[in-house]
Ligand binder design. Structure first.
Ligand SMILES: Cc1cc2nc3c(=O)[nH]c(=O)nc-3n(C[C@H](O)[C@H](O)[C@H](O)COP(=O)(O)OP(=O)(O)OC[C@H]3O[C@@H](n4cnc5c(N)ncnc54)[C@H](O)[C@@H]3O)c2cc1C
Length: 449
């Protein structure tokens, strides 16, 4: 498609690039390198006014609008349309008295956590600091504080958003409350969020970190952890991941090239109490590496140690209604030390307590009633294609069917195809999301990717 972007280039301050232009590739490349991102035009917005001009241009030219902050959710092929990249909207302002962060659309969690930390505050974020704060919060967001604090979207106070008519609106409990409800978990299809105000919590230190267990103890630790979860303190958030580590020098020797289980633990209370609560987990089996201890909240990303460099990764996930001893057997058959899954990581996160409690006025986030998340990560190579991961995932879902929930949450549903999209919310929630999207975007110009 040939587009005339001459006038648009004079209307916006940020770059307007079409395929073949210098810098086009760098502007569109997502964190998830396996995705192909090839729009007709990309606008690297530098202000709210740029966003408005870009949306109006797309509307006039019948183009779909896609939005990319970091590209952590990029998947498959994005072909055609107008891509708005938000990384230049990178301002974070902390109001330490009110305990509020004002976050631009291109800001990553690491920047929010660092700025809030200077005031003894923190943000309820996800496991990785490199994820975009707004893209994440729009999808709900379940991170290392899930049980003590709930979904990240529960902390959203207001959004500034450019809708399909090019208008800038505020969505909060008092202004456009329907849109506010939708943006707290409904993720895409409503407009371009330019700014989020987000409640911080006064928390400078946690008791947290990881326990690593060698391959021969994986069965015992997984089963013991699931038992422990049944009566776990409501303020403790834990997860496990069975990881097949690559043989690289950056890793400590016991993990290099090994299969191990990482048990992550976060307690946002007294350090001594955290240590006491973690004791039964430490006692499950001999610990290979123990990083549990007092930790500043600015270092929260060290609990999961997610990769922060772009990679050709494949991810998918689902939520579980429960996980018992029989589940452990089925899970270990696919991911245990003797299995040979194509994935590098199979993770379970324990939910409950605050994740089950909706905010006053309600929000659209899916999957509140579930007990665990399950997420897989694979790395694409010339020998292992996305199709083979998809086939493995389909077989995994079949074997774990008795425990998988019919509802999930969009941040964990990595490939939300049109058929899968509705299952990210309860039916009545999805219908309400559709009707709010239709009200603010009657022509359906915003993509649902
Ligand atoms: C390494 C890694 C770790 C992760 N950890 C967690 C975790 O702990 N918990 C969790 O819940 N999820 C997690 N996720 C999933 C992640 O939260 C989602 O992929 C999220 O959508 C990423 O947001 P982004 O802005 O970084 O990505 P992008 O791919 O840039 O954006 C994702 C989508 O968000 C929407 N969007 C982004 N910015 C805007 C905007 N300004 N206005 C309107 N819509 C917008 C668009 O629909 C876009 O397609 C993780 C993903 C990865 C790859």
């Amino acid at each position: 498609m040939t587009l005339d972007v001459t006038v648009l280039r004079t209307e916006v301050a940020g770059p307007v690039l079409v395929p073949g232009d210098d810098g086009f590739g760098a502007e569109v490349t997502p964190f998830m390198l396996a995705a192909t991102v090839h729009p007709d035009v990309v606008v690297g917005v530098a202000s709210e006014a740029d966003v408005q001009q870009a949306v109006l241009f797309a509307s006039r030219n019948g183009l779909h609008v896609h939005i990319q902050s970091t590209g952590h959710a990029a998947h498959g092929t994005l072909s055609g349309g107008l891509l708005i990249t938000t990384r230049r909207l990178d301002t974070v302002v902390i109001d330490p008295v009110a305990g509020i962060a004002t976050i631009g659309a291109g800001v990553r969690w690491s920047a929010v956590i660092a700025a809030a930390g200077e005031h003894g505050l923190t943000a309820i974020t996800g496991s990785s600091g490199s994820v975009g704060a707004i893209g994440y919060t729009l999808g709900g967001g379940l991170g290392p504080y899930a049980r003590s604090h709930g979904f990240s979207s529960d902390f959203a106070i207001s959004f500034r958003i450019v809708t399909a008519d090019g208008e800038l609106k505020v969505a909060s409990a008092t202004e456009n409350p329907d849109l506010f409800w939708a943006l707290r978990g409904g993720r895409a299809g409503f407009g371009v969020v330019t700014e989020l105000t987000f409640a911080l919590v006064p928390l400078a230190e946690i008791y947290g970190g990881s326990l690593f267990f060698a391959a021969e103890h994986i069965d015992t630790v997984l089963t013991g952890w699931l038992d422990w979860c049944a009566t776990a303190d409501p303020e403790v958030s834990t997860s496990i991941a069975i990881i097949r580590f690559p043989p690289i020098d950056e890793l400590p020797p016991p993990l290099r090239g090994a299969t191990a289980l990482a048990l992550r633990f976060v307690y946002p209370g007294e350090i001594d109490e955290g240590s006491r609560l973690a004791e039964p987990l430490r006692a499950l089996a001999p610990v290979l590496i123990d990083t549990l201890g007092a930790m500043p909240t600015t270092k929260i990303a060290l609990v999961h140690n997610d990769p922060d460099r772009p990679a050709p990764a494949w991810v998918d996930g689902v939520m579980l209604t429960s996980a018992d001893a029989e589940f452990a057997g089925a899970f270990l058959a696919r991911f245990g030390a003797d299995a040979h899954p194509p994935v590098v990581s199979a993770e379970l996160r324990h939910l409950g307590n605050r994740t089950a409690i909706d905010v006053e006025g309600g929000s659209s986030v899916g999957g509140r009633g579930n007990a665990f998340t399950l997420g897989l990560v694979g790395v694409l190579t010339p020998d292992v294609s996305a199709q083979s991961f998809d086939a493995f995932w389909a077989a995994t879902l079949t074997s774990l069917a008795p425990w998988t929930s019919s509802q999930t949450t969009i941040n964990f549903a990595a490939h939300p195809s049109p058929e899968k999209y509705p299952s990210c919310w309860p039916k009545d929630t999805f219908e309400r999301l559709m009707s709010i999207a239709a009200e603010h975007d009657p022509q359906g110009i915003f993509s649902w990717r």
